[in-house]
Design a protein around this ligand. Structure first.
Ligand code: GDP
Length: 440
């Protein structure tokens, strides 16, 4: 996420981070570089200019040059300004109303249908919410099918009416269906066009008037840079929407949309989409995003994601197994599945302070676990629970079955063995000892 921008800002702030004396000249030079980095990231020219002006004013106001650690203070000022630019405090969505109606708007391909599913799944997991998805794209039958596929995947009902070509009527019928059947959130997915046009605006505006949503969200593809900002403006003029959803932040997004959108439409970014899977949704926290842009990682989000996947009952079962030395490959497989659910690997690494920068050139692909999973799937249940029985001929069979080599099977067995030993050590009060060892 934002690798290029992070890199350039890192270079720009290099001098200030204590790698040389700090003078008025190099503060000015640094700010010029920061501005260039923002422009390269497709941030609007005016925004980039006012950003550096504000940073400069703050730096002067706080007498940066005479403080003990001028570099760090400058980085902090840049971080605070970035946070401010992206929206200050995080803002949630309005779920008042029974049912609460959430209307999705945006261009075709921006990720509305995917995000509708992600949001429904997110709310459903909150336990108190029972969402209903409503399909209002009457132009593309495939769009209705797509929403049904998504609904089936997450176990959320989808309301559609294939014979009807009036999206306003479908939206209203969807809300009535929700009221009659105890759904407390209605998420309305609408049709988009490839570019802003009058017919689309009239239609979404009519749906908006008829459904009086508590929350109107504008979904935008962050890869489209300044175009994203222009589209946001066009939709906001008509809908006066409540919040922005930035999708596809997992790609090689330059970052311009994330940084500029708030100050152009003065509406907060509420969620981001970071992948095609239903779990790839995150609440947008401007301050955490600023940390990530400045290469400081985002440990808080990483821990939160781990917690979301954490199942206490499973964890206790696992602990017992480890204590009894019964940790097998099936448990290992479960662990891998949990990690995978946390999101895309490159994204996860980027949340570890410093690691994103260190590993930016290493290709971490999401299939990293594929070989391991294939090997485990090729083992018999007996072999999985008792790997010590895997002799040479079994290894050959497993390698063949998984399309790997005996060497790779051996490597996995070795790693598994080391991991099991380490877990037993941690269990037996050796945790402190281990930490000590790691520190030395
Ligand atoms: P709609 O036309 O606005 O409903 O857009 P869709 O939901 O159909 O999404 C268009 C394409 O973008 C699909 O192929 C999605 O899988 C993909 N997509 C949506 N959100 C994300 C995201 O956050 N990351 C990535 N990588 N792809 C996404």
């Amino acid at each position: 996420m934002f690798n290029n921008l992070s890199d350039k800002l890192d270079k720009a702030l290099h001098v200030l981070k204590g790698h040389g004396s700090i003078t008025e000249v190099n503060v000015a030079e640094t700010l010029k570089e920061v501005r260039r980095a923002l422009l390269d990231a497709d941030v609007n020219f005016k925004i980039a200019k006012s950003f550096t002006t504000k940073v400069k004013e703050k730096a002067l106001g706080q007498n940066v040059l005479t403080t003990l650690q001028p570099g760090q203070l400058m980085v902090k000022i840049v971080k605070d300004e970035l946070t401010e630019l992206m929206g200050g405090d995080a803002e949630g969505i309005n779920l008042s109303g029974d049912p609460s109606v959430i209307l999705m708007s945006g261009l075709q391909g921006s990720g509305k249908t995917t995000f509708s599913g992600k949001l429904a799944n997110y709310l459903k997991n909150k336990k108190t919410k029972r969402p209903l998805l409503v399909a209002c794209d009457v132009y593309r039958p495939a769009a209705i099918d797509q929403l049904h596929v998504v609904g089936d995947q997450i176990g959320v009902e989808v309301f559609s009416d294939r014979g009807n070509n009036d999206p306003v009527a479908i939206a209203k019928a969807g809300i009535a269906h929700a009221k009659a059947n105890g759904f407390n959130v209605v998420i309305i997915d609408t049709a988009g066009r490839l570019a802003v046009d009058e017919a689309m605006m009239t239609e979404i505006s009519n749906i908006h008037k008829a459904t009086q949503p508590q929350e109107t969200l504008f979904v935008v593809d962050s890869m489209t840079g300044q175009d994203a900002v222009n589209t946001a403006k066009a939709f906001n003029d008509v809908l006066n929407f409540d919040g922005v959803i930035l999708t596809k932040l997992d790609g090689d997004t330059r970052g311009g949309a994330a940084i500029s959108i708030k100050s152009v439409v003065n509406k907060p970014i509420k969620f981001i989409g970071t992948g095609e899977k239903m779990e790839a949704i995150d609440v947008f926290y401007p301050s955490r995003m600023a940390d990530r842009i400045l290469g400081m990682g985002d440990v808080v989000s990483l821990v939160e994601r781990a917690q979301e996947q954490f199942d206490e009952v499973e964890a206790r079962k696992l602990q017992k197994k480890i204590a009894k030395n019964q940790f097998g490959f099936d448990d290992f497989l479960k662990q891998i599945q949990q990690i995978k659910k946390m999101g895309n690997m490159k994204d996860l690494v980027g949340m570890i302070p410093g690691a994103g920068k260190m590993m930016k050139d290493i290709d971490i692909d999401d299939d990293a676990f594929k070989g391991i999973e294939a090997i485990i799937h090729s083992m018999t249940p007996k072999e999985r629970s008792n790997p010590s029985i895997i002799n040479a001929s079994r290894k050959k069979r497993v390698a063949k079955g998984s399309g790997t080599t005996v060497q790779e099977v051996n490597q996995l067995l070795k790693q598994f063995d080391q991991m099991s030993k380490m877990m037993i050590m941690m269990q037996g009060g050796g945790g402190k000892k281990m930490m000590q060892l790691m520190k030395n």
